[in-house]
Design a protein around this ligand. Structure first.
Ligand SMILES: NC(=O)c1ccc[n+]([C@@H]2O[C@H](COP(=O)([O-])OP(=O)(O)OC[C@H]3O[C@@H](n4cnc5c(N)ncnc54)[C@H](OP(=O)(O)O)[C@@H]3O)[C@@H](O)[C@H]2O)c1
Length: 254
């Protein structure tokens, strides 16, 4: 039987790296995408023969087109849109370009790659868009990030319904605080893909591997459209739906 192929963006670190490793360990061939070529080369060396990498900056139209063309040239059965970046602090604390760059990566790239993938997808194929629990609960200090994740979740849920009759599965994966490499380097927050979690209750914090295993189990069972790994995080999302918005925002601003 030929191995199934997956393309994972942001595969050189954190949740994307855990996806690449888990998929390779379960017989998938992986195309790993990120900007930094050294880490990608090391990853593909670790994963072994058959795996590939593509260096691209997904916050730029050129990088998005490069990866979209790759999806057309080498179709895959699974696309994981994972690369993302969070910028902490007040909305007006930085210029708009920084916020727009995060949106190009977390929004435009997701749309461009999802479109390229779904245009050629066949029955049984799947798309995972990595969103966040903050899609359901906008966090002051992470306004653009939260809004971007709300976009990713809404897009994924609508696509889940559209693609269902075609046998193509779409998932919005909404992790809570996840202990990724960037989290152990708080000074790297401005450039990192992750919100800060020093203040998150320990019960909510999961490893990247646990997040990915939950996602891949849900993928096998075709659960969806939204998957929230971890009981505490599922409870948080439920509470976010029920609490008055003012109360929720005040809680998240702490
Ligand atoms: N960690 C959390 O607590 C958490 C919680 C909920 C959701 N998420 C979401 O999960 C996803 C992964 O987060 P993470 O914590 O695993 O991030 P991470 O450890 O910081 O890794 C980010 C990955 O994305 C790549 N990347 C960053 N900017 C890129 C760009 N412009 N073009 C292409 N690749 C780029 C990075 O490699 P290069 O720097 O080499 O490009 C790296 O491989 C994100 O969408 C994030 O929003 C994370």
């Amino acid at each position: 039987m030929t191995a199934r192929a997956a393309l994972v963006t942001g595969a050189s670190s954190g949740i994307g790296l855990a996806f690449a490793r888990e998929l390779a360990a379960t017989g998938w061939t992986v195309t790993a995408v990120a900007r930094g070529e050294d880490r990608l080369r090391a990853l593909v060396g670790e994963l072994g023969p058959g795996h590939r990498y593509l260096a691209a900056d997904l916050s730029t139209p050129g990088g998005q087109e490069l990866v979209a063309a790759e999806l057309v040239r080498h179709p895959v059965e699974l696309l994981v849109n994972n690369a993302g970046a969070a910028h902490h602090g007040p909305f007006t604390g930085t210029g708009p370009q920084e916020a727009l760059a995060a949106m190009h990566l977390g929004g435009d790239a997701v749309v461009v790659l999802a479109h390229a993938f779904l245009s050629g997808a066949r029955r049984g194929d799947a798309l995972i868009n990595v969103s966040s629990t903050l899609a359901h609960a906008p966090a002051p200090g992470l306004a653009v990030y939260s809004a971007g994740k709300a976009f990713v979740t809404a897009l994924s849920e609508a696509l889940w319904y559209e693609q269902r009759p075609l046998g193509v599965h779409v998932m919005a994966l909404c992790p809570g605080p996840t202990s990724t490499e960037s989290l152990s380097q708080p000074e790297a927050d401005a450039a990192a893909g992750s919100p800060r979690h020093q203040d998150a209750p320990a019960a909510m914090v999961q490893s990247a591997r646990a997040v990915v295993r939950t996602a891949l189990r849900a993928l096998d069972r075709r659960t969806g459209p939204t998957v929230v790994p971890g009981r505490a995080n599922s409870f948080f999302v439920l509470a976010a739906r029920l609490l008055p918005r003012r109360t929720l925002l005040a809680m998240l601003s702490r």
